[in-house]
Write a protein that binds this ligand. Structure first.
Ligand SMILES: CCCCCCCC/C=C\CCCCC/C=C/C(=O)SCCNC(=O)CCNC(=O)[C@H](O)C(C)(C)COP(=O)(O)OP(=O)(O)OC[C@H]1O[C@@H](n2cnc3c(N)ncnc32)[C@H](O)[C@@H]1OP(=O)(O)O
Ligand SMILES: Cc1cc2nc3c(=O)[nH]c(=O)nc-3n(C[C@H](O)[C@H](O)[C@H](O)COP(=O)(O)OP(=O)(O)OC[C@H]3O[C@@H](n4cnc5c(N)ncnc54)[C@H](O)[C@@H]3O)c2cc1C
Length: 661
């Protein structure tokens, strides 16, 4: 990239960077070697001509766009397979996926949930049967859980799997419209198999929801099998190429062994054998929620790179009347909009790495029959997924707005990035629903703290606060982290007290919960923010890096802490010992941090190391040829391929002629 002829502003920005950009790239990637491998892999993918679109895909019809995405998905699969064989390298498909598809691969659910569910929910025998076929794409699958009528409340799913001991089969049925599966990615026209989550019935008795592996299309003709009704759900806000679909069954029979039975089993005679914990059936969702925190880091870095580079290139208006128009990045309000995006990406990455380790530890425990840490993992993954996805959506939109009119252009790629980022707020557990899951855990933890019990590490601050809620405020990163914990503890207590108040007024627990649920949701958000602050600050101070880089990483981490303290200063005034003077000091600190980060802004986004092919942006490319690219892309419009469009003769001319009469 260094030899590309760049916009002079970007050249100047890069020259003033105070740290070694390559050092940060290596740190993010996990070492110099990892960067080399990543770059070699990406170079390979993006040099495949067939993966490059001649026409921007927004000009294609819905159908052509889908077919093009499938074409590229199959080529990408082949290239990756060869590459993995040759180099024994497991690539991050999500990064290159953004480059190849711009939007979402029709195989996303195959990789992200179908294979993962076979691993997580299948017995060793079932894995041996299905996994090789799924991994080498002999079968293509998705995860079909959500229905027209139910998504959040999965105990309410209506698809039925009724066991027939005579034939040792399950009979799948969707008797109502609301029971039709609705949303699964790839289901529309791509997959031939599904994990179907259905209510198990044996001898008229319900045994809750269970996962079944179901073939829905003929492997040769791709026609839906008799008894299967399947199709695509149509255009959406984003995810246009994900091929989301609907599905219903009518007396569709599958063998008994197609119920994934790692957790619970149905024996030949119809005996149901309960698993260690019925919530383990929800395991794939926990895994994906963890992954989404990492995805939030990637999505935020895409938007930050585009908006920061553009803001360095774009000159508009003046700060001082007699001086030239400034780079818009010099406006402190612009820095306020953008630097939190850079900081958030680092915070999400660090927290993702921490959460993934917890996830793997709990999986190891579960394999040994220990489930003590599962509730804590579930509670933590729920609130972090909810808050990170919401933050990422807001950050991406702020970056888009920060690019003014050009941010509204599809060719900036910011609308698309927003489309797939904001979807993460809803899928894999709607944000409020997940925050309320965490609130259940927090309320229990609060009760346990009141009883003097020892709490799990992520909530032990509740006990500390109970012992001493009068800790002096300190304007240090550690003091701010404590402050976030005080806010969270104060909110948990307030929500708990509100539930108790309603119960005393004669409400039952469920109604009291619903009445207090705004507070519960906010408590859960505050808990999540305190984890984000504590973990990310902790990770940064433990980072081994050169003094220059460490200084910049600390500035970013502090920016995150101070930004969110100021954003939620009302809460701090209510629940911590912060004073108005402390807030004024933090405001000053915030301005200092923006100024300190300013010279490194372009270096920091360069360190995300996102190739132009991944960014897909007229505004964000490495060379900063913004206006040239905007014009080049505009000229690709089909309307610019003709000097006069047929509509002139058909409609406009007759209209003008009528007006003459
Ligand atoms: C570096 C880059 C990395 C990139 C990685 C990218 C990652 C992305 C990977 C793949 C992309 C895939 C794309 C996905 C597209 C979208 C897919 C989908 O959306 S699939 C459908 C997802 N659906 C949901 O998430 C539904 C949400 N609803 C629920 O989960 C549940 O209904 C519920 C809200 C949890 C409620 O369940 P239920 O009613 O049964 O429970 P409760 O009565 O409320 O609670 C009972 C107790 O059970 C505990 N519980 C609940 N869930 C779990 C769990 N999963 N694990 C453990 N424990 C659980 C709950 O806490 C209650 O406990 P108590 O309070 O009673 O003790
Ligand atoms: C892009 C995209 C891709 C998807 N891909 C898949 C897929 O591959 N497979 C799949 O199975 N599903 C998929 N889904 C479905 C997704 O998982 C659900 O849409 C999601 O879980 C939310 O459920 P819902 O639509 O039922 O929302 P609802 O639950 O109906 O939410 C509507 C409102 O009701 C509120 N609400 C609901 N319950 C409660 C409660 N208990 N307390 C308080 N408020 C509540 C919510 O907070 C929200 O404000 C996808 C969705 C999207 C958008």
């Amino acid at each position: 990239m260094a030899n590309v002829k760049c916009n002079p502003d970007l050249v100047r920005e890069r020259a003033k960077c105070s740290f070694d950009v390559n050092e940060l790239i290596h740190l993010i990637d996990g070492g110099e070697n990892a960067t080399k491998e990543k770059r070699h892999f990406e170079e390979t993918i993006f040099s495949v001509k067939e993966l490059q679109d001649a026409v921007p895909e927004e000009y294609l019809s819905h159908k052509d766009r889908y077919e093009n995405a499938v074409r590229k998905a199959t080529i990408l699969r082949d290239v990756c397979r060869e590459y993995m064989k040759k180099y024994n390298y497991k690539p991050n498909r999500f990064r290159v996926g953004h480059g190849v598809f711009k939007d979402v691969s029709p195989f996303l659910l195959h990789d992200g949930m179908f294979v993962a569910t076979i691993i997580g929910q299948g017995t060793p025998e079932q894995q041996a049967e299905w996994l090789p076929k799924a991994e080498n794409m002999q079968i293509i699958g998705t995860y079909a859980q959500t229905e027209l009528g139910h998504g959040s409340f999965i105990r309410g799913l209506e698809t039925r799997a009724t066991y027939d001991p005579k034939t040792e089969e399950f009979i799948l049925n969707n008797a109502t419209l609301s029971s039709f599966k609705w949303w699964p990615g790839g289901l529309g026209s791509t997959v031939n198999h599904c994990i179907v989550v259905a209510q198990l019935f044996i001898n008229g008795k319900s045994y809750g929801i269970q996962p079944f592996i179901v073939q829905i299309r003929d492997l040769n003709t791709h026609k839906p099998l008799p008894g299967v009704k399947v199709g695509e759900i149509g255009p959406k806000m984003g995810f246009q190429t994900a091929n989301n679909g609907f599905l219903g069954f009518e007396n569709f029979r599958i063998p008994r062994m197609n119920m994934l039975m790692k957790n619970a089993q149905v024996l030949k005679d119809g005996t149901f054998v309960k698993g260690m914990n019925e919530k383990l059936t929800y395991g794939t969702m926990v895994m994906v929620r963890v992954g989404i925190v990492g995805d939030c880091s990637l999505n935020t870095s895409l938007a930050a790179t585009i908006a920061v580079r553009y803001s360095a290139v774009r000159h508009q208006s003046k700060i001082k009347a007699k001086e030239p128009e400034v780079q818009i990045l010099d406006y402190v309000t612009q820095q306020h909009k953008l630097f939190i995006a850079i900081a958030s990406s680092h915070v999400f990455r660090n927290v993702y790495s921490w959460l993934s380790k917890s996830y793997l530890n709990v999986m190891k425990d579960l394999a040994q029959g220990k489930q003590d840490h599962l509730p804590e993992l579930h509670a933590t993954a729920c609130c972090l997924k909810a808050v990170c996805s919401r933050d990422a959506g807001s950050v991406v939109e702020e970056c888009r707005l920060a690019c003014g009119g050009h941010g509204y252009m599809t060719s900036s790629n910011l609308p698309l990035v927003y489309g797939f980022t904001i979807a993460t707020v809803t899928y894999e557990g709607e944000q409020t629903v997940l925050l309320l899951q965490t609130a259940r855990y927090l309320v229990k933890a609060w009760l346990a703290a009141l009883q003097g019990k020892v709490l799990a590490p992520s909530v032990s601050y509740l006990s500390d606060w109970l012992k001493n809620d009068n800790v002096r405020w300190q304007n240090t990163p550690e003091g701010i982290v404590k402050g976030f914990q005080h806010v969270a503890a104060g909110k948990v207590k307030a929500a708990y007290d509100t539930i108790q108040k309603y119960i005393k007024l004669g409400k039952d627990y469920e109604d009291a919960w619903n009445l207090a649920s705004v507070q519960l949701m906010k408590a859960s958000e505050a808990h999540s923010r305190s984890i984000l602050c504590e973990v990310s600050w902790g990770e940064v101070i433990r980072t081994s890096a050169s003094p220059n880089l460490l200084q910049v990483l600390k500035q970013l981490a502090q920016l995150y802490l101070v930004y969110w303290t100021l954003e939620t200063s009302g809460d701090f005034l209510v629940y911590s010992n912060i004073s108005k003077d402390d807030i004024a000091i933090l405001r000053e600190k915030y301005e200092e941090l923006l100024a300190a980060i300013r010279p490194n802004a372009v270096g920091l986004v360069d360190a995300f190391d996102l190739r132009d092919e991944i960014l897909h942006s007229t505004l964000g490319s490495y060379d900063g040829r913004v206006y040239e690219r905007l014009m080049e892309e505009a000229l690709k419009s089909p309307l610019n391929q003709e000097s006069v469009n047929a509509s002139f003769h058909k409609y406009l001319k007759p209209l003008m002629e009528k007006a003459k009469l």
